[in-house]
Design a protein around this ligand. Structure first.
Ligand code: AMP
Ligand code: ZN
Length: 140
C-alpha cells in the first residue's frame, strides 16, 4: 500500500527520480540526497509504513538482508572502514520523513559523523524493574 503525498512512496515506486543503487520487489535503496558520509544510502520499503511500529513483519524480516547486501557492497567498493545502520522513529528520535527507512552509513577515518550519548548509571533495582516490565509484556 502506498500513501498519498508520501515522497518516499513516490521515490520507492519510481515516480520521482532517485539515485537507485539496488531494487527488488519489496525495497528500493537510494543514495541519500544530503549524505552524512560518502555513499550514505537509505533503504525504502515499497509498501508504506510510517515507522517500525507499523512495519509488517515480512518487511521487517527482509530489510536487514538488504542492509547486509548494501553494507558488503560498500565495504568492497568504497573501502569504508566502518559502517552504521540507523533507523529513526518519531520526531524526538530525529525522524524527518515519516516513511520508514534504514540508513546505511559508511564510515571513514576523520569523517564528521558522530553518535554519542551519556552512559547512565542505573541501580541494579532500576535495571531489574525495567527488565521485568518488558519481559512480562513480551511474554517469553
Ligand atoms: P530521517 O531523518 O531518519 O527521517 O532521514 C531522512 C533522510 O532522507 C535524510 O537523511 C535526508 O537527507 C533524506 N532525504 C530526504 N529527501 C530525500 C530525497 N528526495 N532523496 C534522497 N534522500 C532524501
Ligand atoms: Zn510512504
Amino acid at each position: 500500500m502506498v500513501k498519498e503525498d508520501c515522497i518516499f512512496c513516490k521515490i520507492a515506486a519510481g515516480e520521482i527520480p532517485s539515485r537507485t543503487i539496488y531494487e527488488d520487489e519489496s525495497f528500493r535503496t537510494i543514495l541519500d540526497i544530503s549524505p552524512a558520509s560518502k555513499g550514505h544510502a537509505i533503504i525504502l520499503p515499497k509498501n508504506h509504513a510510517a515507522n517500525i511500529y507499523e512495519l509488517p513483519e515480512e518487511d521487517a524480516s527482509k530489510i536487514f538482508v538488504v542492509a547486509k547486501k548494501i553494507a558488503c557492497a560498500m565495504k568492497q567498493t568504497l573501502q569504508c572502514e566502518g559502517l552504521n545502520i540507523l533507523q529513526n522513529n518519531g520526531e524526538l528520535a530525529g525522524q524527518t520523513v515519516f516513511h520508514l527507512h534504514l540508513h546505511v552509513l559508511p564510515r571513514y577515518q576523520d569523517d564528521k559523523v558522530s553518535f554519542s550519548w551519556e552512559h547512565g548509571k542505573p541501580s541494579e533495582e532500576e535495571l531489574d524493574a525495567i527488565a521485568e516490565i518488558l519481559f512480562a509484556f513480551l511474554d517469553f
